[in-house]
Design a protein around this ligand. Sequence first.
Ligand code: ADP
Ligand code: MG
Length: 262
Amino acid sequence: DERVKEIRRELDMHVSGADVAKPCISFAHFGFDEALLNVIIKHGYSEPTGIQKQAVPVAMSGRDIIGIAKTGSGKTAAFIWPMLIHIMDQEELQKGEGPIGLILAPTRELASQIYTEAKKFAKSYGLRNGIKNDAHTTLSAPSQILALPKCRVAAVYGGASKMDQFKELRPGGIEILVGTPGRLIDMVKMKATNFRRVSFLVLDEADRMFDLGFEPQVRSICDNIRPDRQTLLFSATFPKKVEILAREVTTEPVRISIGSVG
Ligand code: ADP
Ligand code: MG
């Protein structure tokens, strides 16, 4: 409708795909639980960034995304928030297993940044209203607050001790794992973790992963994750080779781009 078109025009946003969720101009409309909203507000965020306004409702609707927006546009939170909600919505968490949310990043620095961002929002996890499938209900009776386990986050990347990372992953399992493709594969080979539980996959900075020669590792990881997963791919630029990969690893994706795409 007209309002949706106007919002997208103002953000210089281009969206393609069938039955795309409408953009949300405020955090309150994302369908997040109170605990996550509180953490977001505490961080001093007053409104979602352009890519967040459209990518979050699409991700919350369970759809795959190809997101193209320049550096600094808030893409990390755009996938971390829906990933947290996805994890919270699991029937029950079993201990000692591999991640539910897996994020591939091109470098150690990026993996660490994503890890930090994920940790700060994962804090809301144990505070959540325990009523299932009721994200719109705000906290009411205290008896409805379930003591949920923590949402554990870990990062693995090259240039650091494999043994240390092995030890970090091995004991109790994790819910969110961030890593560079090569080291993630090493960790699976060492049986420090596995991808059996992954149902929410993010490929961040896909263009840089290509530039760094990680294409075979990225493909191999995607091939080893259940095909009915939700997949979000983000990139600052969108050359043909990234587009081909994006089409291969996603299912009926919604493509969202901000500004002109190179
Ligand atoms: P990108 O991945 O698109 O390069 P980042 O996710 O790293 O961007 O975000 C860039 C900066 O913007 C970070 O410091 C992040 O904390 C901040 N940020 C993210 N979302 C918001 C928001 N809604 N309001 C204000 N700052 C935000
Ligand atoms: Mg980023």
